[in-house]
Design a binder for this molecule. Structure first.
Ligand code: ADP
Ligand code: GLC
Length: 477
């Protein structure tokens, strides 16, 4: 049995700000079910984490070497996700009012990585693979690379670095590298990038293998347009880089059993979806007109998600007569835009500004007719796959995982599960919205697109099998 330790900065149901939270708990669970990998998850214990999820405090005083001295942390075990999860309790760094966004974020996650490696050593024999995610995990990859030379515990352990988003690079003042323990040599240099230090770059340089969350993004990230200054590193390491498209945890995202919905439904009987739509209209104080199309979006409010296009097309979207429901947290400019848009047309637009947690996200997926993802770039994207299962038709830009998972609907052949446009412009997006609305007006045609999406199998099993192959391959290196 392969032993794999997965390091993450967020995982459902402990802490989540975006898709990594969903992936980081679904993958170890699927690996465990596959029966070939003994997977364990490591993450910080945040103020936001529900203490009821914790089973026992395994260690009270785990010693962590830090900044020339020693710190002590607690380690908790949880069995809430179907694979063991170990949570590092370091209040100084993680008892804060949000998960990211502090000046010392690099210090916080460097510490988490150091403490998680110390916890591994206390827990028993070394893992075969340490699988780290995004810039917070770069510190662990760098540390294992450095330590394996002199620390027999890590001598045979291999690292896999998964990139969920290349734009978040974990930048900090390179002078901190010294006291963080990356003072010199190859490891020090791997962090350096344009006069700053980047834990993402260190992870990309020093991990034994790299993966990202769709095939298309694996290609795009190697181009200057989408490489965020790191495309050359990825091209240099392209033989060690592979795209594995994320899956969906159908235990969590299943309209037939979803406990958050006004009514359950499935591909065989869609009738409950109407009740979900009515409940959603009520929730957002919109008129109860269930035949009027409803377009929804759930996303972090950042440029990545294509909010500039929505802002440019706001008037034209209103003119279509459709309802529009938006759930999002993030940049003030987009929150202000949403507020203004809603104030102009309170009978058409419903907004929720902030992070709403799971129930509302599920209710929107179930109650909407169409789900808009006009992303500038999208490493994978999960909501388009959730939407499909809920009979909600995705309208997406052909980029990254959106391009890989959504096939444009073809009226004559009746094939395709959504609507897709290429050009990053309001015009391009509106073209697909109009096409979707035309199909919506013909119930038989619409039913076809819905069912094509609902029957898609994006379960984690296939993706988990690819990770197992990847773990085996990295051990042969
Ligand atoms: P990303 O990871 O780039 O944010 P994904 O599509 O992979 O995009 O995943 C986003 C996840 O976060 C989905 O599960 C979505 O429902 C959830 N989500 C995003 N914004 C919010 C919000 N404001 N409230 C609740 N859930 C949200
Ligand atoms: C990132 C990406 C998103 C992806 C998610 C999970 O946050 O922006 O596209 O689905 O990670 O891999």
């Amino acid at each position: 049995m392969l032993r794999v330790a997965i390091f993450t900065s967020e995982a459902m149901p402990f802490a989540k700000t975006g898709g990594l939270g969903d992936v980081a708990s679904a993958l170890p669970k699927a690996l465990k079910q596959g029966g070939e990998v003994d997977a364990a998850l490591f993450l910080p214990l945040y103020e936001q984490t529900d203490r009821a999820l914790l089973r026992e405090r395994l260690f009270d005083n785990l010693e962590v070497e830090w900044a020339g001295g020693r710190q002590h942390v607690g380690v908790w075990l949880s069995e809430a996700i179907g694979a063991p999860a170990f949570l590092i309790d370091a209040p100084r760094y993680f008892q804060r009012n949000s998960i990211y966004g502090f000046r010392d974020d690099h210090e916080r996650f460097a510490f988490f990585c150091r403490a998680a490696l110390a916890a591994l050593k206390r827990l028993g024999p070394p893992p075969d693979v340490v699988h780290v995610n995004d810039w917070p995990g770069g510190f662990a990859a760098a540390e294992i690379h450095a330590r394996r030379v002199f620390d027999p515990y890590f001598a045979a352990t291999r690292t896999l670095f998964s990139i969920h988003n290349l734009a978040y690079q974990g930048g900090f003042d390179p002078r901190d590298l010294e006291w963080l323990g990356f003072a010199w040599g190859e490891v020090h240099n791997a962090f350096l990038m344009d006069g700053a230090a980047s834990s993402l770059k260190a992870g990309l340089m020093l991990s034994d293998a790299l993966s990202t969350v769709s095939r298309r993004y694996a290609y795009e990230m190697q181009t200057p347009g989408q490489g965020y200054g790191l495309d050359w590193v990825l091209r240099m390491r392209s033989e060690r880089l592979i795209g594995v498209t994320n899956g969906v945890d159908y235990d969590v995202w299943n309209p037939a059993t979803d406990p958050h919905l006004a009514a359950n439904f499935s591909a065989d009987d869609l009738s409950g979806k109407r009740a979900c739509k009515l409940a959603l209209l009520r929730r957002f104080h919109l008129p109860e007109e269930p035949d009027r199309p409803l377009i929804a979006i759930i996303s972090r409010l950042v440029a990545q998600k294509g909010y500039d296009l929505i802002r440019d097309a706001a008037g034209a979207i209103l003119e279509t007569g459709a309802f529009f429901v938006a759930l999002g947290a993030g940049a003030q400019v987009y929150e202000d835009f949403l507020q203004r848009w809603r104030d102009i047309a309170p009978h058409r637009i419903g907004i929720y500004k902030g992070y709403a947690g799971e129930p509302l996200a599920h209710q929107i997926e179930a109650g909407a007719d169409m789900f808009l993802m006009p992303s500038l770039y999208e490493p994978c994207g999960l909501n388009q796959m959730y939407s499909m299962r809920y009979g909600t038709v995705p309208i997406v830009r052909a980029t990254g995982g959106l391009d890989d998972t959504v096939e444009n609907f073809d009226r004559t052949r009746g094939s395709g599960n959504g609507f897709k446009f290429g050009e990053y412009s309001a015009r391009g997006m509106l073209g697909s919205i109009y096409e979707a609305l035309l199909c919506y007006a013909e119930p038989e045609v619409w039913r076809r697109v819905q069912l094509n999406g609902m029957r898609e199998d994006n379960s984690w099993q296939a993706a988990a099998r690819k990770y197992v192959e990847l773990y085996r391959a990295v051990l042969r290196l």
